[in-house]
Design a protein. Sequence first.
Lengths: 403, 529, 527
Amino acid sequence: MLTESEPHYRRPLLPTPFHERARALSQVDSFIPWAGYTTVDVFTTVEQEYFAVRNAASLYDLTPMVKYRVAGADAVRFLNRLVTRDIGKLRPGRVAYCLWCNDAGHLIDDGTVFCLRAGEYRLCTAERQLDWLLDSAVGFEVAISEVTEEVAALALQGPTSYSVLRKAGVAGVELLKPFELGTFTLPAAGEAPLMVSRTGFTGDLGYELWMEPKDAEGVWDALFEAGRTRGIRPIGSRALNIARIEAGFLLPNVDFVPAEHAVFVGTERSPLELGLGWLVDFGKGHFTGRRALLAEQGRGARRRLVGLDVEGTKPAHNALLYTERALRRQAGSVTSAVWSPTTKRNLALAMVDAPHFDSGGTLWAEIYLNRELVWERRVVRARVVERPFFAPSRRRATPPVEF
Amino acid sequence: MHRHDAIVVGAGHNGLVAACYLARAGLDVLVLERNTYIGGAAVSRRLYDGFTYSNCSYVCSLLRTEIIRALELPRFGLQIIPYEGGCTLMRGGGHLALYDNHDALRREIARHSRRDAEGYDRFVRDMLRHCRFIKPLLLRTPPDPSSFRPRDLGELMWLGRHFNRLGEERLYDTLRFFTMSCADMLEEYFESEIVKAHLAGSSIIGTALGPRSPGSAYVLLHHYMGSIDGAVGAWGFARGGMGAITQALAASLEASGGRVRSEAEVTRILVRNGRATGVVLAGGEEIAAGIVVSNLDVKRTFLESIDPQALPGEFLEQVRRFKIRGSSGKLNIALDGLPQFPAIPQGSPCIRGDLHVTDTLDMLERGYDDWKEGRWSRSPYVDMLIPSQIDPTMAPDGKHYMSVFVQYCPYRLADGEWTARKRQAFGDTVIEAIARHSPDFRDLILHAEIRTPWDIENEVGLTEGNIFQGELTFDQLLFNRPLPGYARYRAPLDGLYMCGASTHPGGGVMGAPGANAAREILHDLGRDA
Amino acid sequence: MSAPPGPTRGERYDAIVIGGGHNGLTCAAYLARAGRSVLVLEAAGRLGGAAVTREFAPGFRVSACAHLLHLMPGRLVSDLNLAAHGLKLAAERLPSTALSAADAHLPLGPEPGGALAALSAADAAAWPAYSARLARLAAALRPLLSQTPPRLGAGAWRDRAALLGLGLRLRALGKRDLRELLRIGAMCVQDLLDEHFESPLLKGALAFDAVLGTNYGPRSPGTVFTLLYRMAAAGEGGGLAQPAGGLGALSQALAGAAAAAGAEIRTSSAVARILVRDDRAAGVVLEGGEQISARAVVSSADPKTTFLHLLGSEHLDAGFVRRIVHLRARGLAAKLHLALDGPPQFARLDAAALRGRLLWAPSLDHIERAYNHAKYGEFSSQPMLEITVPTIADAALAPPGKHVLSVVAQYAPYNLAGGWPAGQARFRELLIDTLGALAAPLRTQIEHAELLSPADIEREFRITGGHWHHAELALDQFFMLRPVPGVAQYRAPVGGLYLCGAGCHPGGGVMGIAGRNAARALVREAA
């Protein structure tokens, strides 16, 4: 039974355990739905929030992230058949970014797998997957349950995120390496137990904090108290989106359509097309989509998701891409675009047809500009560049540098 | 004597749609209607003090957007009010509602099964895929697969390419879907009985099949076709009842110079020298026309309205075999107030949607077993709607009109003819089924019109009271509809055309048969758009 | 006989065939004839699978599952020279007779003659055109049954040619027959029969073959297809036959043919698991633990057993497993064997008819009502029956003067509410009562009775769901959709693994075609 503070037909979206805090800090009353919850799109201004990610510390409510508990004698075999990476190599206390595909090798979703202890895992995803997970579990001794509502989560990201945790008294967190997790307590929040993973969606130094919903507000308050002198700010999805594009991360339903939702023919994308081939381990044994992906590898990619550095400063939202300035041959389209305030580059992620996706190549983007309600078309050069666009060394330094 | 370019027999929605297209192409068109009112099965009737009944069809879900637009129906008064959700009331007091809001819906289904809440997304995705495949076929004339005419070959090739574009996996899924039973299909998505029962309702409406009969998955899709455009108003009530659709069509027709004449029953289609030349009315009046377009079902058209000598014997034999089975009844109820349904939570909008009381697939299937034995379902599937909650024109203030569609009710009873007493007993069965879920329902009833298939045949003219003018089974779909070799809207007689729901793509107040027939007629007249 | 070429690269066999049923043995025989080293592994102590003769009471033997031979193509029989391997027919061109409770029984067949005219002059008049047209349609579909289903939309030359061939063949039917085929192909058999006939007895009997072995009733759309399927499979005038020694004799002949071609056959060797190495089937592990390696594995087990139990879903994609899980394979036919102390006494039935097949399905409504029960997990209160007395033509099956009654009874759903252990005795007695009403002193003649429910068939013949066709025979599980899309060409998604059982095209019914086609697929791929 789901939580029913108010009936779902009157209030379809659930509040997260941080909702009251977020509402109090929201200046523009801008909330958006995410996976059945209402979450903040913008607290104050997108720019202020974004710079907290890159210059100080940001706090993002991650609770709606869909969480599954996967446990049982066959948990590793099940996960290995599900995802494209080798989960057998994932030790307790480690996290892996993973993908899973359908039979045709098309991406269903990406997410993170946490190895909590031997035989018990947590799978975090942007979209609900129970239907696929249970169908994938046929023949495996494994129990899968959704625990989204039992776990509240915050992303604490930014160069001072470590200092905030230290100030709040989370002892030993400096030893966490990227993609490691540990269990701690938060003295400033009544010794609330806290699972901390050094993971995130910003490409910066940062942590994700996992707690029981009853401790949520205490943890929130303690972090704000500790971060007061370290520039902590709550951020919404808009600011996070800028950071994730800079970091080159993909968003389902933005950069690719989850294969289980695709209605049109030919819109699904494979990990190879999305430039995520490095996450596919063909040597680990069978996983769903392996045969299709091997065949695709043999054929060679027909298109690929690439990073673009676009001329000018106007984000190339939804721009069509062409091989020449005359816009005669379309060669792809932009999936995400942003002016990057940190790198001072006009960035985009784009799906580009073969053979135009090699780094260094040039394409032409057709951009529509709204200048005080007068629409203009710009055709600008877009260079195919390597991702991530922004990768500061602090994100990997262990122990982290005080900032 | 004035000779019209075209006479359309029957002012049902398809007849009017065809007439509108013909009039817009410049033809002098006359539509003849037997009843005192127009509309066929899309009517609003005032049968009880201050109430308006959509006493035949009751939702506007399938009417093609292309037609609404081309005939400018909004300009002529058509207004469609979307309704939200729906609900199945369960024996024992529970319920399953369907809400428009995706998150509310997920949480609602999750009350019954968390897995099904997500299986539902996959179900909808697949239904959309199938709809997307079917949709381009609706407004096309089916090819004759046994013909070598260039037009048929071209259309067959188009169909082949259309299939091929699906890609291998989806091709198989499409083939499976069109041959499956609704129950088997739903098993592939859902574990919860109530979810399956709720969704399966659409697979039996108007159909002499059960949810376990192969082919019923398609019937379900047929009812889903309306929701694919994603446009607001895809599922809704026509403001003022279903008659508002035919009224708008008639107004559109008149604006293009066409005319409708009611109380003009066509008793015979005139044939001279192997060509339809006009019609004879009940009073003996003859009206001449260049072509005659019949909106009647094929049995009525060819077995009752035309000299059998004028038609090939083999064709008539095919017409006799055409399956047009009455399986649905209808109650139209005037209520003194809004009935209470204790199982529906206060404030839930699902009461404004369609309400059902069959909570298992077996219950639906047993309802079909009763029909096979020549009796109405003892626990019938009912599709109740109370449009007066949304549309104040349907009932006096504070009072309500309830439309109750009933499946299954046979045209022929095993124990002899329909009588007034049997009709009342049928109505009582339905009222009892509803009253089980609503304590005050019975007391609120001011008036109830009970319509059996026999009544529908007699009043509306649909043979056996079949609401689709013919079963929607594969042997009567696409190039088999209405008859193999005659799916191109032309009768085997020059100047005579069919435009009713007996023709492709079938019934459901879609208007597509009328539009397709008009296109073929204009093609023959050399007036292709 | 020359020794077959030895296996290469250290594998012991070119191919292991799982299951010594008729399809497994057919496959092994064809593989061995193509020069492959083959090992057949049969779980039971005897060969034959569902084509088996066994003792069910002291001195009484019966074809325990399938009890008539009518669907095996003559081409296959001659290819494998089964006659030389001991296949003899005790009887062929067996007549079928529709039993009537009170009136004259109705002999069926190409020329039902005077009996039908006596029943209904109109039906007798309608019969020639009806049967001729159905025969033409069935003939046009016949090549479909023996061919390997093409893939759709895959673009391979071979697949396109096969589809084109199919299209041309249908077009060659001519306008009228093609239209009729496209009209009735997915229709229910009741509508077809009502269009032509009036006599309930005739219609019941004709609908019988349309629903036999399916989870459908005469009003279920698609049952004209199953009727045409059976007619197509029955071949040109081949009709029904009874091998001397029962169906087991056919399996023995197939085993003989396979062995003569060099195949090795082991019984009492249940396979526990298919070995997979580098995403290819590499052999099997027996239940005792013994490992046997091979370059390829061919499974005649049903698809659920093969994929979910022997192979394991970890070697398969999740979407494929989803399809296999949803494959409909729930049996609905039970088998009754009666040991009688004398010939059964069917009232008003002549001796010649008793040699053949007796059908108890006196009307369409009778069948439909019998089917109604199955939808709700009940067995039919008035079942439909296919009755044979194999001892009339083959006295050796019973002690002298005694007889065996072998009956297929529908509908007996696999998922009987309350379970078969509880329902078994009730259904057996109900069947004996039903038969007793037709052949009066029957109950007093019975020395022993055995009822095999679908649950028993599942256990004894290792068929998930106890369905003789391994998977429901319906349009949505036929041809390129059989058993599920993607493996209709007998090749599993795992390299080197093939399917050759009744779950594949064209289905069950002791045809052997799946076995032969799988062998062809293997040989072609390895070539």
